[in-house]
Design a protein around this ligand. Structure first.
Ligand SMILES: NC(=O)c1ccc[n+]([C@@H]2O[C@H](COP(=O)([O-])OP(=O)(O)OC[C@H]3O[C@@H](n4cnc5c(N)ncnc54)[C@H](O)[C@@H]3O)[C@@H](O)[C@H]2O)c1
Ligand SMILES: [Zn+2]
Length: 344
């Protein structure tokens, strides 16, 4: 399967195929140039190695796994390693990993010598359904996520479904929350796939349809001037929950991003019957549908969210399956929205 992101001279193909990682050379020039392969310690080393085997002049650089690697410190280490490898502007960075490696690698490629070619090979469900396309690259500053970044589109994206076989179940399910999100805002048939049975039976269709939704949105609004905001569905409350209860640093028993997003979508679905269906899907996947999080803390975070402007905040609501609306609401309405979230 293949999709093409149509962005004028920044257009690129998204290849979805079992085993395609071993054939990366068919989609991008790996010869006559240096290839810097970025991965993390949690990604099985065989994936980066299979890319390395195709490069006459390549190297693998492995950073520690986890969000902590989206830092200025690790960013600096990667840049130094690229310089030590004598990379020039015609060389290539290939990310092999989840959203962390995609975001970090993309930002390193965007900034090294003012920008070199970048290829993304996502290996988690989250990165395969969402983060690997669209060109948003970033690192974090302390607790503030994705605050230092750039728009930098990849030259090609290789989605090798086989890599998901080694992904721990909780990460597998976590990423699917973003796919349910895409179904809710724009693709009823994608949502229905989750009601039909085990996601692994339909995983190729789930990934293809999710990426198609995202591609269509990004093509309309590459730099998030308007429409792209729909992808933030579930994220306004979700980020609030993540700030309070998310997994990070020493808080190792927290919730994953997708788990927070799933919780964040529920109060934003206006059709009661659809909200019930979404809860059933989340339950069947093993995603949370309620949390004992301190709502006042979530509220305090949301009031300082970057989408909040003074007394109002923009939220994405889903009035019915496959459609969405951006609502600018007074922050005084937030407590009521958070209240709904407690319903089981
Ligand atoms: N750029 C965007 O548009 C965008 C969109 C959404 C999320 N994100 C970012 O994505 C990041 C989260 O991505 P994620 O959920 O993929 O997390 P992740 O990259 O941390 O991967 C999750 C874990 O799985 C391990 N792993 C990766 N692939 C594996 C495989 N095939 N087998 C076994 N283990 C594997 C990793 O080592 C890591 O420990 C966040 O930093 C978030 O901000 C970016
Ligand atoms: Zn998300």
């Amino acid at each position: 399967m293949k999709l093409t992101m149509q962005l004028g001279n920044r257009s690129y193909d998204i290849i979805m195929k079992r085993g395609c990682l071993a054939n990366l050379y068919q989609f991008i020039n790996l010869s006559n140039r240096k290839v810097f392969i970025l991965t993390d310690s949690g990604v099985p080393a065989q994936y980066a190695r299979s890319v390395l085997a195709q490069c006459p002049d390549g190297m693998v650089y492995t950073v520690p796994q986890g969000e902590g690697s989206k830092s200025l410190k690790v960013f600096g280490q990667v840049q130094q390693a690229m310089l030590d490898f004598n990379m020039t502007r015609k060389d290539l960075l290939v990310s092999v990993g989840g959203g962390v490696i995609g975001d970090l690698g993309g930002f390193c490629a965007a900034t090294y010598m003012r920008g070199i070619d970048f290829v993304n090979c996502p290996t988690t469900t989250l990165s395969q359904v969402d983060s690997s396309i669209g060109g948003k690259t970033a690192i974090d500053l302390g607790e503030t996520k994705n605050i230092v970044g750039a728009f930098w589109q990849p030259k090609v994206v290789l989605v090798d479904f086989d890599t998901l076989e080694t992904l721990p179940r909780r990460h597998y399910v976590n990423g699917l929350a973003e796919a349910v999100k895409m179904g809710l805002i724009a693709d009823p048939e994608l949502f229905a796939l989750f009601e039909q049975g085990k996601p692994e039976d339909n995983i190729e269709q789930i990934i293809y349809r999710s990426l198609r939704v995202k591609k269509n949105v990004v093509e309309q609004d590459e730099r998030e001037q308007g429409q792209r905001a729909c992808l933030n569905f579930g994220h306004t409350i979700g980020h609030g929950i993540e700030a309070v209860k998310g997994i990070r640093g020493r808080r190792t028993n927290g919730l994953f991003h997708g788990e927070c997003v799933a919780l964040g979508t529920l109060p934003m679905i206006e059709d009661k019957a659809l909200a019930k269906r979404a809860r059933a899907v989340y339950r069947s996947l093993g995603l949370p549908v309620r949390t004992g999080v301190d709502k006042k803390k979530v509220l305090a975070y949301m009031q300082h969210d970057k989408k909040s402007r003074g007394d109002t905040i923009t939220v994405i609501k889903v009035p019915g399956l496959g459609c969405w609306r951006a609502d600018r609401i007074p922050t005084s309405e937030l407590p009521a929205l958070l209240g709904i979230q407690e319903e089981g």
